[in-house]
Every structure is written in structure tokens, then in C-alpha cells.
Design a binder for this molecule. Structure first.
Ligand code: AMP
Ligand code: MG
Length: 488
């Protein structure tokens, strides 16, 4: 029987599979059986021309039926990567299968099914994903997108009663992920270090530029400009992570997108109280991927990418790109944070000093990061002290900071406009771990509506949303500093 087309208006194409045959393996999904929708993003569906959650789409997302992608199979990409500092010569999609590129008027989105069974790269894994981790990825990617952070998207999560064993018995789920590309830094490391094939490196690089950086030329000047863009996109992504308090948790080079999109959500976490040394990943005992280390790790990862490109791109061009990382990161971070504070940027070093002093004062006072920053929307230049001053145990440090800040506030113009702008840059709603946890528990007990409700709040993080204040509450004691394991 011929599989159903997704919608009459959408067509699949398979550029990665057809142009880079040495870097893929054919796969067939192993369905999770009788399934139900656990989550659906209308907003992501709108990218695909308003796709709707039909019964046949449910069967396809559950891997029980093939989507009509023109191939008669799906595929997995091979890559490698530096994991916690050490090189793993062969990784690859161990459970995420790529269906193909969906061509929309806004360009192509690659669709993949994460948790659809084993592939040639599964090693000892079962190719499955559990409900808990799938819903976390779904909620995080949609929340990050609405915060304005570049990220892969999630269309839906489907689940079934199929048992999956982790620390205990859980149930299977599949996330339908959409990304402009799933190419990772690790793809380049694989062709250079593991395959040691310059022609394959050349093919991968030319493909990446042709598909995703079409404005660039395929010559030496184009390569140099391309690497500079990868550095800049990565710097911008990390600046936003640091600005909004997002910790990825597993910043291995196989989890770094070549497009600078947040990719592969595992044990991620948003800061509750401001804490530089926050480590969200239970398995990261040395704190390699702590919140404060993310900028340095991103640079380290870019250095690994550069190393993989040496056979084709002159070292001087790579070094020039790497050298721009710190300045780009700081510039982007300071631009976001001065907007959040409502001050006009002056000298970068001085601005960064003011911002860092606030972070220290927040940390010393154990204040909730997001909720304190949101209060900049009620600050007025006439205030003698910060609206949150009474919550400070280390009072002087905050008083000193606020005095320094007031000197920078100067003329804010129309105060209502100024405060409205602060609301547009300091989110009220973020995906706190405890919120994700509560929604997951509801979904596990048969009430996925809780996921939909949380999603709808996270789709408007900067709006007041009267009646939804409880979603903006700081973490209860049981959930402060919740850490998660890698197992998913
Ligand atoms: P991650 O830490 O989730 O980025 O995964 C690292 C590698 O392990 C990737 O190549 C994954 O595809 C693979 N992997 C993770 N979980 C599983 C699983 N349950 N089955 C097979 N492969 C997996
Ligand atoms: Mg990964």
C-alpha cells in the first residue's frame, strides 16, 4: 500500500541522502504501536502550512507507517564528536531517523523522528526515547524559540504503552523534530579524523554551504566567510543562553549545530536562583558543562571544528574566525543585557562590569534570576532602591549596585514606554525544571492537557498573561537546583 502524503501542498526532497551517500545509512522505523498525541505545537505546524494532527499522521509519527518521502525508507547520519573532552570516533543518529526535507515557502525543514528504533549507529542503545525526555525536548525547543534563541523545533510528541527500560520501567515516545539542518560539528570531525577523507570533507563542506549559506561562494573566500559565520552564530547562541540563564548540560561537539541552533536537549536546565557554577547534568561530576563555562566550552568546540577543517581551509583563516569569538560573544551579551537593564550601551568593558556586578549581587543574595530581572519593568529612575532590595540578605552589595545603575539610567524618556520595553526583554515565563516535571507527571497519568497549557504560556514568555501567574513562581524547595541524568 502506498503511504499517505503528508499534505497535498508539501513535498519531501532528499539532498543530504542523495548527495552524501557515504555519510548515511538507510533505516526503517520500528513503530511504538498503539499511540496517542502527548504534545502538538500549532506554531511549529504553521511552519508546515498548518499541518493538522490527523489519525494517519499519528500512525506515521509513531513509526507504525512510513511517511511518503519518496525513498521508501528513512536514514541516519554518521558523525563523531568530542564527548566530555575525549574523541569518540564514531557516533551517529542512534535513534533519530531523518525523514527528509519538507519544502515550504519559507525554505526547507528537515524532519526527524527521535526514538523511532535502532539504526546502524545505535551501539548498545535501544533506539528509543522515553516520555519524560521527549516532552522536555519538545517544551524546551518551543520555549527557546519564543525567547528568541535559535533552536531546532518540535512539531509533536507521540507516546504509547511500549515499555522502555532506563533506571526503571518507563514508556516509549517519539519526538517529531524540525531543523533547518542536523549537521553537527561532529560531522566534520568524522570525515577528517575517522574517515581521513579529504574528498568527503570537501563534499560535506560544499554541501553545507550550498544548502545553508547560499549567499557564499564555494571558493577560499567563501570558506573563510563561512567559518566566520559559524563562529558568529555560535557566539550569538551562547550569548543568549547566558543572558536567559540556560544551561545545555551536554555540550559535546556532536551536539553543536553547524547553524548555531540549540540542538539535542538532554538534561538541560534554566537557572532558578542565579548560580554561576550551576551544573544541570547529574553525570557531569567535574562541572565541565556548568553554566559559567559554556562560553569557554563553545570556543573549545569551535577549535575542534577548526581542526577538522584544516585540510581545506587555511589555518590563518580559521584562526581569524576563532579570534573573533570572544568579542562577538561579549558584544552580543552586552547588547542583550543592557537592553534588559534599560541603559544605553557605552564602553563594552564598563557595561560588562556593571552587568557582572549585578550577577554577583544576585548570586550573593540567592535571588531568583528570571523573576528579579523581570522587576526591571517596574523600576523608575526616581527609585532610591531596587524593588527587590527587601529580599536581600546581603543588603549593601545590592544597594551599591543599584546606586551605580541609577547613575547610568539618566533620562529614560516616557517611563511607561521604558517599562513596557523592559517587559519585552525580561521574560516572565521560562521553562523551569519543576514546571516541566509537573507537566510530565500529568502526562504520565493520562493528562497531556497540562503539557498543552504549559506550552501555550511559554509561547508568550514576555506577556503578563493574567491568571497564569503560578507559572512564574520561583521553584519550590523540592525543586531548587534539580539535576537530571543523561539517561533519556
Ligand atoms: P546524546 O548524549 O543524547 O547526544 O547521545 C549521544 C549518542 O548516543 C548519539 O549518537 C545518540 O544517537 C546515541 N544515543 C543516545 N541514546 C540512545 C538510545 N537510546 N539508543 C541508541 N542510541 C542512543
Ligand atoms: Mg546528541
Amino acid at each position: 500500500m502506498k503511504p499517505d502524503a503528508l499534505t497535498p501542498d508539501l513535498s519531501f526532497s532528499q539532498p543530504y541522502f542523495t548527495e552524501l551517500p557515504q555519510l548515511v545509512s538507510k533505516t526503517q522505523p520500528q513503530g511504538i504501536g498503539a499511540s496517542r498525541w502527548l504534545a502538538w505545537s500549532d506554531d511549529a505546524a504553521a511552519l508546515l502550512g498548518g499541518l493538522t494532527p490527523t489519525a494517519s499522521l499519528l500512525e506515521q509519527c509513531a513509526g507504525n507507517q512510513l511517511l511518503d518521502n519518496g525513498l521508501g525508507h528513512y536514514f541516519a547520519q554518521v558523525y563523531s564528536g568530542h564527548q566530555f573532552g575525549g574523541y569518540s570516533p564514531q557516533l551517529g543518529d542512534g535513534r533519530a531517523m531523518i525523514v527528509g526535507n519538507l519544502n515550504t515557502p519559507q525554505g526547507a525543514y528537515e524532519m526527524s523522528l527521535k526514538g523511532a528504533g535502532t539504526t546502524p549507529y545505535s551501539r548498545h542503545g535501544d533506539g528509543r526515547a522515553v516520555l519524560r525526555s521527549s516532552l522536555r525536548e519538545f517544551l524546551a525547543s518551543e520555549a527557546m524559540h519564543h525567547l528568541g534563541v535559535a533552536t531546532t523545533r518540535a512539531l509533536a510528541v507521540v507516546g504509547s504503552d511500549l515499555p522502555v527500560w532506563r533506571e526503571s520501567r518507563e514508556t516509549a515516545a517519539i519526538t517529531v523534530r524540525l531543523a533547518r539542518s542536523h549537521i553537527r560539528f561532529g560531522h566534520f570531525e568524522y570525515v577528517t579524523h575517522t574517515r581521513q577523507s579529504k574528498p568527503q570533507l570537501q563534499a560535506l563542506l560544499d554541501f553545507t554551504i550550498r544548502q545553508h549559506f547560499p549567499e557564499l561562494s564555494g571558493d577560499a573566500a567563501g570558506y573563510k566567510a563561512w567559518f566566520a559565520q559559524v563562529v558568529e552564530r555560535t557566539a550569538l547562541m551562547i550569548a543568549k543562553w547566558q543572558a536567559y540563564g540556560f544551561t545545555h548540560g551536554v555540550m559535546n561537539t556532536d551536539n553543536m549545530s553547524i547553524l548555531g541552533e540549540t540542538l539535542d536537549y538532554g538534561p538541560f536546565g534554566f537557572l532558578d536562583t542565579y548560580q554561576e557554577s550551576f551544573v544541570c547534568n547529574h553525570s557531569d561530576s567535574e562541572g565541565r558543562y556548568s553554566f559559567v563555562r559554556q562560553p569557554a566550552v563553545a570556543l573549545w568546540n569551535l577549535q575542534r571544528l577548526a581542526q577538522a577543517l584544516v585540510p581545506i581551509i587555511p589555518s590563518d583563516d580559521l584562526v581569524a574566525g576563532l579570534d573573533s569569538f570572544e568579542r562577538l560573544l561579549v558584544d552580543h551579551y552586552v547588547a542583550i543585557m543592557t537592553t534588559r537593564l534599560g541603559i544605553t550601551p557605552q564602553e563594552t568593558r564598563a557595561d560588562l562590569g556593571l552587568i557582572s556586578a549585578l550577577m554577583l549581587a544576585l548570586e550573593e543574595n540567592r535571588l531568583d534570576y528570571t523573576n528579579t530581572m523581570r522587576q526591571f519593568s517596574v523600576v523608575s529612575p526616581k527609585d532610591q532602591q531596587a524593588p527587590w532590595q527587601d529580599d536581600c540578605v546581603s543588603a549593601q552589595v545590592m544597594k551599591d549596585w543599584f546606586n551605580a545603575y541609577r547613575r547610568r539610567l539618566a533620562d529614560v524618556g516616557d517611563i511607561d514606554d521604558w517599562q513596557a520595553q523592559r517587559r519585552q526583554t525580561n521574560p516572565k515565563f521560562i521553562l523551569r525544571n519543576y514546571l516541566a516535571q509537573e507537566a510530565i507527571e500529568a502526562a504520565e497519568s493520562g493528562h497531556p492537557q497540562a503539557v498543552a497549557e504549559l506550552l501555550s504560556v511559554l509561547q508568550r514568555p514576555f506577556d503578563e498573561q493574567p491568571g497564569q501567574e503560578h507559572y512564574a513562581q520561583a521553584a519550590p524547595n523540592w525543586a531548587q537546583g534539580l539535576v537530571l541524568s543523561c539517561s533519556s
